[in-house]
Design a protein around this ligand. Sequence first.
Ligand code: SF4
Length: 750
Amino acid sequence: MSYLVAVRALCEFAARRGDLDLRFTPSPSALEGMAGHATVAARRPKHYECEVALQGEYKQLCVRGRADGFDPEHHRVEEIKTYRGDFHAIPDNHRQLHWAQVKIYGWLLCCARGLREIGLALVYFDIVSHKETVLTETHTAAALRQFFEQQCEQFIQWAEQEQQHRTARDAALTEIAFPHASFRPGQRALAEAVYKSALSSRALLAQAPTGIGKTVGTLFPLLKASPAQGIDKIFYLSAKTSGRRLALDAINLLRGDSTGPLRVLELVARDKACEHPDKACHGASCPLAQGFYDRLAGARAAAVKARVLDQHRLRAIALAHQVCPYYLSQELARWSDLIIGDYNYYFDTSAMLHSLTVEQQWRVSLLVDEAHNMVERARKMYSATLAESVFAHARRAAPKTLKGALDRVRRLWRALYKDQRDTYQVYRAIDSKFLLALQQACAVIGDAMAERPGDVTEALQQFYFDALHFGRLAESFGEHSLFDITLREGGRSFRASELCIRNVIPAPFLKQRFANAHSTTLFSATLSPWQFHADMLGLADDTVAIDVDSPFAAAQLDVHIASGISTRYQQRDQSLQPIAALLAQQFGQRPGNYLAFFSSFDYLEKAWRLFNARHPGIPTWQQSRGMTEGERDRFLHRFIPGGRGIGFAVLGGAFAEGVDLPGDRLIGAFIATLGLPQINPVNEQLRLCIEKAFGSGYDYTYLYPGLQKIVQAAGRVIRTEQDHGVLHLMDDRYGADKVRALLPRWWKLN
Ligand code: SF4
């Protein structure tokens, strides 16, 4: 078996030493880097050779790469690195890596040109001053050969182990058996569809009800399909922590059977994994960053042996080796087979898993859990806001050298809205002069951060990062997004504005993400209508959609429509009394635990007050704004088996989805809303934008997202085939055929 490896990858694996150093160093853009290389090359004599392709072998390893430059007369190989700011701020581990690369090229050149000795040069090119700082060493071919072989040896051992792991993993997955005696109703249909989508390399939208075992029903067939399809990795992406937990539980269930050596990794956000939140990620500040690369190999070897790395196990291994758990998990993403993490690891603007997929040319399959959240989450990923209040704060505290650039931004910023009469207005384009000024301000702030980091306040940094994100999205601004300005009174004569690039249709951004995956399954209990998700997310035309039959019978859920009640904004006050009466009547008929959902905290509060005043004997508890995790737990703990009372909650909030209260922990729900997003200037602009793209503005903006929330909330009642419950849909609009058509097929409306 032979392995092919790039010089850079070989060095990154074997030659990194020293501290982790993630201090922000503004790096040149790709274009600036290319221009820097060209400038250096143009300064060299005529005989200088650029981009010299090289290749060498060691045992079964083939190492390939391109040296930046070679001077054949002076026998000197050069590695050119462009940078911005203070030369001494280039982290030591980067320098080590650069030396390792040039040494390998040195050896490959000695072989190719029959040299006994060679000069090595690291050329650091400052893209602002165009000054070169050149570090040189001279090595014999024998010394370089020794270095080359040492690096290769380390890599070969690892590569062989990885190859053996892959063989064993694939053998185990080929034989993997379903962990239960039989499939639950609907689960087989789901599993078959996932398996076929992997075989045909297509996307699948699977609407599958709660209770059929979706997690095992999607993981099992994809694991089974992996060996034959040559799938390198599966990414299980979820919107919430609870989704990650379910995936880990499913893996433990499957492991009890036969997943064998499968390596599973849970990714958690940096602020959750960090051991020293008061420190910065570099060796001078954090002990787990100090010497990180010196201890990484040991930690990596121990971690891959552990196989299932949830955040707790990963933390234990990281601390045993004194390395940062968060950055260890990032390294392990390269060596794991199944990675469980938030959507943003694959779909965000600079998502790590997606970048690695492209860079390493992995064949990956995606499982996207609770996929009804994707449209909203993706919109947030591809939107950016610039607040004038943040800018004003940053400008006030900025060093004098930056004032000119910031003043120009301020002038052009104010010109953007000088004629704006309404509080909110959408513009067709973003003024190019303003964007240029913003870009120039970012460049000078970036230089200041690199050269005089002490001068840059936190406010200026925040503005800088906001502006970079805004600038990046401005480059791809188009019909999929709005550019709007919201004006707020900011005291005295100052009107503070907020500029927003507001993504409406994430499809153009996500299309390539799906295309880079071998197959994708998006699954949820609420994914209809398919076309809405396919259009908004940019799924390919050959995407397959399935609607898995519910295991629940109509007799399990009594669905009532209270058509005499209107929950429209104008009629809310009149609705409070009949709602309270209905709640009390239902509770009187069948005392037990209920959830009552409202469209806003304000509505909830009014309904709760009236209900308590009228029916003080019925226990109630209510959701409040910004509840802590402990408060949320206490709310849910009121739903004890055999308990009695009504929990008041808001639709779309923490208790409207992902909450599992089986049996008599919850016997019914009241939904006092149609769930439609509020009609306001922003939503109306969304509607117009979508109308232009797909011709279904109202449905895509209001009706479908609203009904999706209703079905999610109602889904809390029946969790198992033994559950029986009642659902009251309180609004006259539930009577409309168009609305009824969006409710689950297995419900029987009374
Ligand atoms: S422990 Fe925290 S501060 Fe230290 S390197 Fe890790 S993330 Fe950074």
